[in-house]
Design a protein around this ligand. Structure first.
Ligand SMILES: Nc1ncnc2c1ncn2[C@@H]1O[C@H](COP(=O)(O)OP(=O)(O)OP(=O)(O)O)[C@@H](O)[C@H]1O
Length: 652
């Protein structure tokens, strides 16, 4: 639809009335991490995603069909859409303020709470635009609607003046936002054209009804300086392009799209594409309402359930009994998948929306994909046969490896003298086992009761372990705490470390949610990083995330990680009846086994962070570890000076 046609569509029922307010921007500047997951490069790029998602929401709701993103030479970014335009009429609850000012200067102001103005939106908390505003030293928002062009300017979340009418807009509509990220918050981090280009392109793949134009004044030598993205073929094209020349088991990906309304009578849809290749590791990229969900969630669980059940049923049909052995992990080896769903009122974990938590999504996605998969397998027996054979082979390999490990592990345990304080798990194979490194003996008590005896082992650590970067290598090897750790894990140090000796699948650092806990965790991570780097590279090292508070209101209970998150809940309420009761856990030892199990240890409900090394340039992480944990205090001091933006928050 062209702009002038869109201009004819009524905008009247999308006004200030649509904008509800739940809560005021100081907390954002004080604790940006809670709102955008940190102040690093990833967080910086997330600012663009927040603004772009608002434009995508307009597009997905059928109100916009063109979005432009431009990176300027001063590293400011402009995002323009031809949607309905942010409402700017006076807000009934805030005398003297326009809806636009309320949206940009108030947390929890938005039009997406009730599903009236948007059916399936990526936005839902009403904080995105205000967070970007709070973290920008300059932000200019222009809106063309009702034939007027208005503008308001802000700096660090504060308006620099009132909303002004700056011209007429007879044939234009939409919102244009230009912002410059605040260096006080993001330090030396700058937008990278390649990173922006990639994420913008994937948005266009996710919604074929939009055209996204990209332009950059900053030329990194490899990213196109201008491009237009429009992909009518959606995810199937995206997957084919991602896989490039890799050979695949199915000629064309298994892909499809199902409208939930037609199938289940509820709004929303799912679109997917998957193929298997022998030439690379598998992956799954998932999205909900165009927001990437790198940690997956219920939609992903539903997708794999459909594929797994489908392939097993097909195995039965063709009398391949070995198909029953296939597990979800086998599907992932070589399985390359893209899943994108659109649902109303999605629930995510965290403001950066890394994981989808809406339970219903699992049932909807599984139901929708399953039927299609059964039909596809039955119709294309050549691809179906190739995939089945490949997966059966994967399952057999896995079982053989497990058997080998089992014998190895049994003999290793016999030979090994395990440290006395280790509470080992009972499983004889390594598969699925976890070793919790627990701070303090008292915590060990609750953890002992909370654990799954079969798969979870505990090693209590007394106090702080040696800082390996300050120590000579012979001192490391003779340190008692480190010796215990190595014995329990079944491995040697440094060059003698062999990943195959590892006695557990996951090594999980579980420390208190306080400064001391963070220090112990960083000493341990430094140790693993310098002495057992493959442990991290192979994805075996994790951090547990115990909560700091438990809030209860009537029958409702939530666990939160810090004060800022607590305050949000206190202001918002838990949805239960009566007063909200707050209990603060002074440490892991104070949590009863039930709390500890539910929040931190039970794989079905806990939050766990995998430790990864995100080297954009080779050696970057080693450099940083050396600066932060090494023998030279002057490097540490320099780093703190360069990076400390919230000096008042640093506990020394
Ligand atoms: N480009 C836009 N066009 C039209 N309305 C917009 C646009 N950007 C923002 N809005 C309105 O402003 C509201 C607040 O946006 P904001 O980004 O703060 O929160 P959200 O998108 O509702 O939720 P989230 O915090 O999850 O991103 C939106 O709900 C929407 O009503």
């Amino acid at each position: 639809m062209a702009d002038d046609l869109l201009a004819a569509v009524p905008q009247s029922d999308y006004n200030a009335d649509s904008i509800e307010v739940l809560e005021g921007l100081e907390p954002v500047r004080k604790r940006p991490g809670m709102y955008i997951g940190g102040t690093d490069e990833r967080a910086l790029h997330h600012l663009v995603a927040e603004v772009l998602d608002n434009s995508m929401d307009e597009a997905v709701a059928g109100h916009a069909n063109r979005i432009e993103v431009e990176l300027h030479d001063d590293y400011s970014v402009t995002i323009r859409d031809n949607g309905r335009g942010m409402p700017f009429d006076p807000h009934p609850k805030f005398p003297g303020k326009s809806a636009l000012e309320v949206i940009l200067c108030t947390l929890h102001a938005g039009g997406k709470f009730s599903g009236k103005a948007y059916e399936t939106s990526g936005g839902l908390h009403g904080v995105g635009a205000s967070v970007v505003n709070a973290l920008s030293d300059s932000m200019v928002v222009q809106v063309a609607r009702d034939r007027k062009l208005v503008e308001q300017r802000f700096s660090r979340g504060v308006p620099l003046g009132p909303l002004e009418e700056i011209g007429a807009a007879p044939n234009r509509r939409g919102t244009t936002t230009t912002f410059h990220a605040d260096e006080q918050i993001f330090g030396h981090h700058r937008f990278k054209p390649a990173r922006l280009f990639k994420s913008i392109r994937s948005k266009a793949y996710l919604f074929s009804g939009v055209e996204i134009r990209w332009k950059t004044a900053i030329d990194d030598g490899e990213t196109p300086t201008e491009a237009v993205f429009h992909f009518p073929g959606g995810l199937s094209d995206y997957l084919t392009e991602t896989l490039g020349k890799s050979s695949t088991y199915a000629e064309a990906p298994f892909s499809g799209r199902v409208e939930f309304r037609e199938r289940f009578g509820v709004p929303g849809r799912v679109e997917w594409a998957i193929n298997w290749t022998p030439s690379r590791d598998g992956f799954i990229q998932s999205y909900c309402n165009t927001v990437p969900t790198p940690e997956g969630g219920t939609h992903v669980a539903g997708f794999w359930a459909a594929i797994l059940k489908g392939i097993k049923a097909y195995g039965e049909l063709v009398n391949n009994r070995k198909a029953a052995q296939i597990t979800r992990d086998d599907l992932l080896t070589g399985g390359c998948a893209l899943v994108s769903c659109f649902i109303s009122e999605p629930e995510f974990v965290g403001q950066t929306k890394d994981r989808l938590a809406t339970t219903e999504a699992q049932r909807l996605v599984e139901g929708a994909v399953r039927d299609h998969f059964d039909n596809w397998l039955a119709a294309d027996t050549k691809s179906a046969g190739a995939i089945l054979d490949f997966l059966v082979l994967r399952a057999e390999e896995r079982l053989r490896r497990r058997q080998e490990k089992e014998t190895q592990r049994k003999s290793a345990t016999k030979k090994l003298r395990l440290p006395g304080k280790l509470t080992d798990c009972t499983a004889s194979a390594r598969d699925g086992t976890e070793l919790f490194l627990v701070e303090g003996d008292s915590a060990g008590g609750s953890a002992k009761m909370a654990r799954d005896r079969k798969l979870q082992a505990l090693l209590p650590l007394r106090g702080k372990i040696l800082n390996v970067l300050g120590a000579a290598s012979n001192k490391i090897g003779t340190n008692a705490e480190i010796q215990d750790l190595c014995q329990a894990m079944g491995v040697g140090l440094g060059t003698r470390f062999n990943i195959d000796d590892l006695r557990y699948d996951k090594i999980i650092i579980m420390t208190d949610a306080d400064v001391d806990g963070a220090h112990i965790a960083s000493l341990l991570m430094t140790f693993f990083f310098t002495q057992m780097r493959p442990l991290i590279d192979h994805g075996h090292l994790y951090l547990a995330c115990p909560p700091l508070f438990r809030l209860t209101q009537g029958a409702q209970r939530v666990y939160v990680q810090d004060e800022a998150e607590r305050d949000v809940w206190l202001a918002k309420g838990l949805g239960g009846k009566g007063k909200i009761e707050v209990s603060r856990f002074k440490g892991l030892g104070e949590m009863d086994a039930k709390d500890l199990k539910e929040t931190t240890m039970d794989p079905n409900s806990r939050k766990l962070i995998r430790v990864t090394i995100d080297d954009e340039e080779p050696g970057q992480t080693s450099d940083l570890v050396e600066r932060l944990m090494g023998k030279k205090p002057e490097l540490r001091f320099q780093y703190i000076q360069e990076n400390a933006k919230f000096v008042e928050d640093i506990d020394v």
